[in-house]
Structure formats: structure tokens, C-alpha cells
Design a protein around this ligand. Sequence first.
Ligand SMILES: Nc1ncnc2c1ncn2[C@@H]1O[C@H](COP(=O)(O)OP(=O)(O)OP(=O)(O)O)[C@@H](O)[C@H]1O
Ligand SMILES: [Mg+2]
Length: 269
Amino acid sequence: MTNSGPRIVAVSSGKGGVGKTNFVANLALFYASLNKRVLILDADLGLSNIDVMFGIAPRFNLKHVLSGEKRMKDIIVNGPLGIMILPASSGVRELTELSDASRMRLVSELDNFDLPFDIFLIDTGAGISDNVLFFCSAAQETIVIVTPEPTSLADAYALIKVLSRDFGEKSFRVLVNTARSDKEAFDTFRKLAIVADKFLGLSVDYIGFLPYDQHVKDAIIAQKGYIAMYPNSAFTKKLVGIANKLLDNPMNDIKGSIQFFLKKALRVK
Ligand SMILES: Nc1ncnc2c1ncn2[C@@H]1O[C@H](COP(=O)(O)OP(=O)(O)OP(=O)(O)O)[C@@H](O)[C@H]1O
Ligand SMILES: [Mg+2]
């Protein structure tokens, strides 16, 4: 595995409920098991759930940072294996549409955040809300999760379209979740790749697929990490493959840092 400096990766999707949070949680667990310092930002600001997935109940969250009551370092919680989590709040409607001032506050708080990390994973909400677009365009790279359902594909295309057309993003990785075979996964990716190429002139990158596995739900209910509970499953093997591929092939040849995030975030409206 190469060591190409800190990485800032947003995980997003057009359609909701396609497996972003589960992927981020398990990816974080895998990287943490390699002694990487992992920071997760729960950027699904209206309906958070990364904390629920890890079975932790944070006292403070981003809402308190945005209101000025707390600093970023005060809200951070430690998840399993030392994973650092910046929790969002659940059910706070005003957070689903952050004002420019709130975004600037978030960005300047991240600027003053001096805990070192190797990988910064941003679990965005679904869709093409301003928040989702903001976090995707601020990250170094975006992984778009799709499932084989046509609605998920159409919504993923819409997200990629807006990010490329309005935010100048040109590089996307696609992860197919809940596929039942290699073929189904690749066919799904190909459909998206064809329309992205034809209508947007973009070439999107296939990072792999995760199979459908009913134990994913069991692990979430147990609030234990899936890959720790089922280390030898096909899902875990695929996840490890994707995680290594991601580490070995940074999408943009730029060293990641909070400053990078800031610069990009600041040029986003
Ligand atoms: N590979 C999989 N196999 C089976 N079930 C899965 C798989 N991935 C995710 N799920 C299930 O799909 C549901 C949604 O997953 P998750 O919460 O990670 O999605 P999400 O994209 O983060 O949703 P939201 O858009 O609401 O944030 C969960 O119940 C989870 O158990
Ligand atoms: Mg989620």
C-alpha cells in the first residue's frame, strides 16, 4: 500500500438508503485495523446515523458547533479502534440547508482542527441538495454508491450531472452495492458509465461492488461492525479489495489536507 498523504473522500448517492453509512462505517473499521487514523464526518446533517451504527450516543454534535456553543474538538467522539467521529444531529431541519455563514463556520472550524488523520471520510446525505453538493465538491474525490435499481441509477446520474456541470467535478468513482453477482454489478456500472460518457463526456471509474448480504442488517442491529462480525464473508473480502484500491490509487494527484478541503470548499458557492 502506498502512503500518499491524507485522503479526503466523500461517499454519496443520488437515491437514499443505498448503503453509504454502512460502507463508510466498515471502511473506517478496516482502515483503523491497519492503524490508519480515521476521521468520519457525518455530513447527513438532518438525519444522522453513523453514531447509531457504532452504538454510540454523542452528547454534542455539529449543531452545537454551528451555533457557536462548542468547538470541533469538543464534539469529537471516539468510535471503535480509535475512529474519530464528528457527529451530526438528527432531525434538525435547519441543518439540512446550511446557510453560507454556517458553511464558512464549518470550514473555519475544520481549519482550526489540528488532530492528525490519514483518512477523512465524509458520509453525505443522499440527493442533490446544496449540502450534498458542497461536501462532494469540497472532498478530493467522491464515491457515488448505486444499486442495481433503475431509480438509483437515474438519481446517481443526476448527482454526477450537477456536480460536473455546476461544480466542475470531473472524477467520480462508482461503487455498486447490493449486487447479486459480478455481472449484475458491472452491468449496473456500465449503464451509468454509458450515459455519463454520452451526455456529460465524463469517464467514471468502477471501484467495485459489494454483494447483497442479509447479515449486514444483523450487524447494524447488533451495533457491531459487520467486517468484525463476518471477517471471512464475500462482503468483507470485496470491501477490503475496494479499501486497498482506494488507498493505492488516489484519484487526484494532490496531497490531501484540511487546507485542501478548505480551498475547495471556499470556491464553492
Ligand atoms: N450490501 C448490503 N446487503 C444487504 N443490505 C445492505 C447492504 N448495504 C446496505 N444494506 C442495508 O440497506 C439499508 C440502508 O443502508 P445505509 O443506512 O448504509 O444506507 P444510506 O445510503 O446511508 O441511507 P441514507 O441515504 O438514509 O443515509 C440498511 O438497512 C442496511 O442494512
Ligand atoms: Mg446514511
